[in-house]
Design a protein around this ligand. Structure first.
Ligand code: ADP
Length: 708
């Protein structure tokens, strides 16, 4: 317990890496042997942190010890995984790639692999270790794994890096076109990401490729871009390699002076950076320049320097190249034995790095990767297709939904529109009706106004009528009074005149009887006129009197049997009928009875039958009486075969003193039919005549039937 606090404290102060040598640490760790497991884990965890700091400080051995203790003091797999990884990293820094690889591979053990948050971070150093060891196929395999992960995760930076690394694997195998392809792919990605460091690395690599392919101009172009960019971002390794590559281009162009200057700049930078691989390649190139300049000893010395470094770090690919360079120089020198020895070394190394099997395996892995990639692409295409189909389905669904929505909207709009239209129609109809009602109201009001006006007018007219009626009434009253007066006068006059007339008549007849013989012919003629006038005057007075009586006399209303009436009439007219040789025919056996005055009925029928006989003309008079029962009345017709009455006089003949003939033709007073009319009217009946001149006349009388 006590000790762990100590460690914590020291860690907190950041003093351990500075103050504690490894031995002290060992004793510290040993002193806590008795602590329990949890505490050990805590210590291990702290040791891990310590180791990382030591590694940063390039205190590689101390770091290795710290990481190794972590593995010793705990069984926690997560700590083991991290410790092995850090050990691998430390060995890599120490260019001990085999050990580095072993430790990296430890972390891929089933118990440990799960603790890597990002497995690609382990695969990448593994691939680099294999590359360093010249196991290109495995390096390639692990880079492909990283590429897959990066592609799956869509991490472009990592993809760019991996593509570059794969290019380098091909480059190391002198497969420059393939390498160039990967570098270009990487460059495209890096340019997208605007990652200057990676861009410069790619540009440099591409420059090297073009150089190797003999395309010096192209190579120089890329190398210069590479150098410019590296200088721009002040990327020291980039500057070193840029200079190296440009120098290499100059060598190709046999510009050895400038090439050498450039190389010296590059080499000094690499030394500063402790870039041993870079130093080897730089020295190699210097050796090449010396060789080309036939300064073979200088070339060999330079190669020896390079070989020493290559052996130090076991940089197999470099060793292979260096041996080849030795072969060339010794061959030129004619020292074939040494040339052979180096050639053998060169071949041995080459064989150990690349053999047919490994190449085949690489090709196989490459094709597997390509197939896998294609499958992935197809799968993603399928996914895309499925997605596309799903999208299409969704699109279709959207369209259908949209269609349905549109349709529903259309239906709703339609309904609303219809409603609106119906409402509008109803409204219009209502308006029409209202208009009609309004018009009707107006008309009604107008009518009312008219009615009012009419009523008003009617009232006025009524008033006028009443006034008139009153006047008429007054007139009637006056008339009645006058009539009465007239009737009275007529009656009185007729009556009173009859007496003196009778006197005249009597004395005229005495005169005639006594003195006729004494009178001459003229006087006798005059006497005849007087007698005649007197008789006519008498008849006139009689008629006037009877007319007057018909209108004024109080009527004794009784049931009058017309059979009796006609029997009396027949008897009264017996002589006249006989004299005229007339025939009186009554068609009905039983004539009806009426309510009225018996005297006046006799007077009525006697006048009419008498007229029928009188106006017979040349023919023997035939008078026919016919009675027809009607709904409310009896129609009695007195028909003769006489001279007839012209149409224009058929009404006039019922007026007083209207005669169509003079006395010489037919005797009469012109009062008879006026009296008949008065009698019929007093019995609430009607009288008229139908006649054809020369054929006869029919007098029609309508009298009310007796009440049932
Ligand atoms: P009167 O017979 O005394 O002349 P009425 O009043 O009876 O007077 O008749 C009026 C006139 O009507 C007659 O003068 C005659 O010209 C005409 N009249 C009347 N009855 C007949 C008839 N049956 N046929 C032709 N003319 C007639």
């Amino acid at each position: 317990m006590h000790c762990s606090y100590k460690i914590k404290l020291l860690l907190l102060l950041g003093l351990i890496p500075i103050c504690l040598p490894a031995t002290n640490l060992d004793s510290l760790v040993r002193s806590i042997n008795e602590t329990d497991k949890v505490e050990l884990e805590e210590i291990a965890s702290n040791l891990l942190s310590v180791g990382k700091i030591q590694l940063k400080q390039k205190n590689h051995n101390a770091a290795l010890k710290s990481f190794t203790k972590v593995i010793e003091y705990t069984h926690r797999s997560s700590l083991h995984a991290e410790a092995y990884f850090q050990i691998g990293k430390t060995y890599q820094k120490l260019e001990q790639h085999k050990l580095a690889l072993e430790n990296y591979l430890e972390t891929l053990r089933p118990q440990l692999i799960q603790h890597h948050k990002n497995i690609a971070q382990v695969y990448t150093p593994i691939a680099n270790s294999y590359l360093a060891l010249g196991e290109y196929e495995k390096a390639y395999d692990y880079q492909i794994r990283v590429l897959e992960i990066a592609e799956n995760n869509g991490v472009l930076k990592q993809q760019g890096k991996v593509l570059y690394e794969i290019g380098t694997i091909f480059y190391y195998q002198d497969k420059f076109p393939e390498a160039l392809t990967y570098y270009k792919k990487s460059l495209v990605l890096c340019e997208q990401l605007k990652n200057n460091q990676l861009i410069s690395t790619c540009l440099g690599a591409m420059g090297s490729c073009y150089g190797q392919l003999g395309e010096i101009e192209q190579s120089l172009h890329y190398n210069q871009r590479y150098l410019a960019l590296a200088q721009q971002v002040n990327y020291q390794p980039g500057i070193a390699y840029g200079l190296h590559n440009i120098a290499s281009n100059y060598v190709s162009q046999t510009k050895y002076g400038i090439a050498m200057q450039t190389l010296e700049r590059s080499l000094s930078l690499k030394k500063e950076l402790n870039d041993k691989w870079g130093m080897i390649s730089g020295l190699e190139l210097i050796a090449e320049i010396y060789t080309n300049q036939h300064q073979l000893d200088l070339a060999l010395t330079t190669l020896d320097k390079a070989l020493a470094i290559a052996l130090e770090i076991n940089a197999k690919p470099r060793l292979q190249d260096l041996h080849k360079a030795y072969v060339d120089i010794y061959s030129i020198k004619g020292d074939y034995k040494k040339a052979y020895q180096h050639l053998k070394s060169h071949i041995d190394i080459k064989d150990s790095i690349i053999n047919a099997e490994s190449l085949e395996e690489m090709a196989d892995r490459k094709s597997r990767y390509e197939i896998h990639k294609r499958e992935t692409e197809i799968l993603s295409l399928k996914k895309d297709k499925t997605l596309l189909e799903k999208d299409q389905q969704i699109d279709l669904l959207y369209k259908i939904s949209f269609g349905i929505i549109i349709f529903l909207l259309a239906v709703i709009i339609g309904i609303f529109y219809n409603r609106y239209r119906l409402q509008r129609q109803n409204f219009d109809l209502l308006e029409d009706k209202n208009e009609q009602i309004r018009l009707k109201n107006e008309a009604l009001q107008q009518a009312n106004a008219n009615q009012l006006e009419i009523t008003h007018l009617l009232a006025e007219k009524n008033e006028l009528l009443n006034h008139h009626n009153a006047q008429i009434e007054k007139s009637n009253q006056r008339l009645s009074a006058m009539n009465l007066e007239l009737q009275h006068f007529t009656s009185v006059a007729s009556h009173d005149l009859k007496e003196p007339l009778r006197m005249i008549g009597s004395y005229t007849s005495i005169l005639k009887r006594r003195y006729i013989k004494n009178l001459d012919v003229s006087a006798q003629e005059f006497m005849g006129y007087i007698t005649d006038a007197t008789a006519r005057m008498q008849a006139l007075l009689d008629d006037l009197l009877s007319y007057s009586r018909a209108g004024s006399q109080r009527m004794e209303m009784e049931q009058v049997d017309l059979n009796d009436t006609l029997t009396i009439v027949h008897a009264n007219l017996h002589h006249q009928l006989l004299d005229a040789g007339a025939t009186l025919k009554v068609y009905n056996e039983n004539l009806p009875a009426i309510q009225g005055s018996s005297t006046q009925m006799i007077q009525l029928f006697q006048n009419l039958v008498s007229n029928g006989v009188k106006f017979s003309g040349e023919r023997k008079p035939v008078v026919q009486i016919k009675c027809t029962e009607q709904a409310r009345t009896h129609l009695i017709q007195i028909k003769d075969n006489g001279i007839g009455i012209p149409l224009e006089y058929q009404d006039k003949i019922f007026e007083m003193f209207q005669r169509l003939h003079n006395h010489n033709e037919y005797e009469g007073t012109g009062i008879g039919l006026a009296t008949c009319k008065k009698i019929v009217e007093r019995h609430a009946g009607k009288i008229w005549v139908d006649s054809i001149v020369g054929q006869g006349s029919t007098f029609n009388i309508e009298l009310p039937k007796l009440a049932a």
